[in-house]
Each structure stands twice: as C-alpha cells, then as structure tokens.
Design a protein around this ligand. Structure first.
Ligand code: DGL
Length: 274
C-alpha cells in the first residue's frame, strides 16, 4: 500500500534533473525526495537508445525498490527514449510517473506569438521526434526548428568555465534558431536552464525560454493531490542523493547548482550497461 509519507523519486543522467528538483523543493518543500544521477552513463544524449531503455528500466526498478510514491523522469532524453518503459515498470508497483517534454510543449504552444518554436536538445531527443510530436498534439499550426546540441550538456555536467570556446559553441547552436526567427525556445534538456543567461544573451530579449521544471513541479503537485498522496504539514522534508559515478565530482557540481548542502551522497551500481 502506497502512502503519503513515502518519498518522491527522480532521476537524470547527471545534475540536470536538479533544475526539476529545485522547482519541486520550491513548490512542495514538505515532501521527501530521492534523487539519482546516472553519472557513470552520462551523457544519455548520445548513447544507443535500445541499451539506454534497459538502463532506464533498471534505474526505475531500483528507485521503486526504495518504496517511493512517484517517479519523476527529470531528464528529457530518458523521457524521449524510454518514457514507456519507465511507465511499464512503475505500473507493476502501482506507482505513477511524471515525465518532462509534454508540459513544455503545452507552454510553448500557448505563448508563441509568431508560431515559430525552437527546440534545443540532445541528439537522442531530437532524433526521437518527441518534441515535434508533443508540439503537434497542441492543436496549433507551428513551425518547429530543432537543433541538437551534443556538447552543451557535457559542458554543464563538467562544471566547466565559460571561456571563448564555450561561447563559440553556444553561438553556433543558436545561429539556426536566430536565422529562423523563433520567438520561443524550449530548453529540451534539463541541464540547459543552468546556462539560461548565456542563451538568453545570444538569442536576445525577444525570444522566450521555456524550461520544464516549473511545469513538472505543478504536475507532481496535481498528481499527488489527485491520488491522495500529498504530504501535509509545514515541516521541511528530507532528501537523499545517489549517483553511479564518482561521488565527489557529483557533489561538487550539484552543490553549486542546487545551492544547498547535499548531505551524504551514495554511489550505486547497476549491472545493466547503457
Ligand atoms: N539532462 C539530460 C536531458 O534532459 C541530459 C543530457 C545527457 O545526458 O546527454 O536530456
């Protein structure tokens, strides 16, 4: 029997999902959270999709074994490539899943004025067509311009400095978006909100950036409430962090981005490679 005192689980290939966790901590501070960064297999964006699906299934099962009440896929690539397997595994435990992608498509379709929407995402996410399909479902004729940015998430994950080379990389990813005169850009990878100021500067003030975290936190809130699983009270919840790669590297970057101490970070291993 699932009850409200259980934690909410979320996972990503690395620290990108922390942008989703942050929004959940703002909206639902009383909940407990379990966060898993699959840093040993980072980046998901350029891994073979079939292997990635198996890996994602194994991670979901491990999170469910911890007795969580909800699984949040805090990774666009995992959502695009394996949302269905996460749902299948979670359904066996009677647990709901909240993915990214769709909530952003809804917002982008609602706010674009010229109907020209850009999507910046990993190669796997772009190739999956997940955003294109999600935007088509919004019932509005839109021009969708997708750009794969294979080097951007690794740059963020490594906690690298912003040098001239980084700017050059970001400018080259943004060039087709500028040429196509988009007025709305979906940040189609949970890592990207961490470099939103840089992207906004390159694209200019007329382009609105759409991140997923806020909408996902709202979906988490709705789902927990609907299922009678929301935790009551004013007390701040607890959080637990796991990663599959070196703990120190994860802790350093994650602490900087989340701007709070993580407590103990534990390393976990999965026998299923990606
Ligand atoms: N945060 C993942 C995503 O949303 C990341 C990047 C990757 O692992 O390639 O797509």
């Amino acid at each position: 029997m699932i009850d409200a005192t259980r934690p909410v689980a979320m996972f990503d290939s690395g620290v990108g999902g922390l942008t989703v966790l942050h929004e959940c901590l703002v909206a639902l501070p009383q909940e407990d959270y379990v966060y898993l960064g699959d840093t040993a297999m980072f980046p998901y964006g350029s891994r073979e999709p079939a292997a990635l699906r198996e890996r994602i299934a194994a991670i979901t099962e491990a999170l469910l074994q911890r007795g969580v009440k909800l699984v949040v896929i805090a990774c666009n690539t995992a959502t695009a490539i394996g949302q269905d397997v996460v749902r299948e595994v979670a359904a066996e435990h009677g647990v709901e899943v909240v993915p990214v992608v769709e909530p952003q498509a809804e917002i982008a379709a609602a706010i674009t004025e010229n109907g020209r929407v850009g999507v910046l995402a990993t190669t796997n996410t772009v190739e999956s067509g997940a955003y294109r399909r999600a935007l088509e479902r919004q019932g509005r004729a839109l021009d969708v311009i997708e750009v794969a940015a294979p080097k951007l998430a690794p740059f963020i994950q490594e906690g690298s400095l912003f040098d001239e080379q980084t700017m050059e990389m970001a400018r080259s990813y943004c060039a087709p978006l500028r040429e196509e005169r988009i007025d709305t850009l979906i940040l189609g990878c949970t890592h990207y909100p961490l470099v939103a100021p840089m992207l906004q500067r390159i694209l200019g003030r007329n382009v609105r950036l759409v991140s997923g975290g806020h909408a996902v936190a709202a979906a988490v809130q709705r789902t927990l409430k609907r299922d009678g699983l929301a935790r009551e009270g004013d007390e701040e919840g607890d959080y637990e962090f796991f990663c599959t790669g070196p703990v120190d590297a994860f802790r350093e970057v994650a602490t900087r981005f989340l701007q709070m101490p993580l407590g103990e970070v534990r390393q976990v291993e999965f026998s299923v490679p990606a």
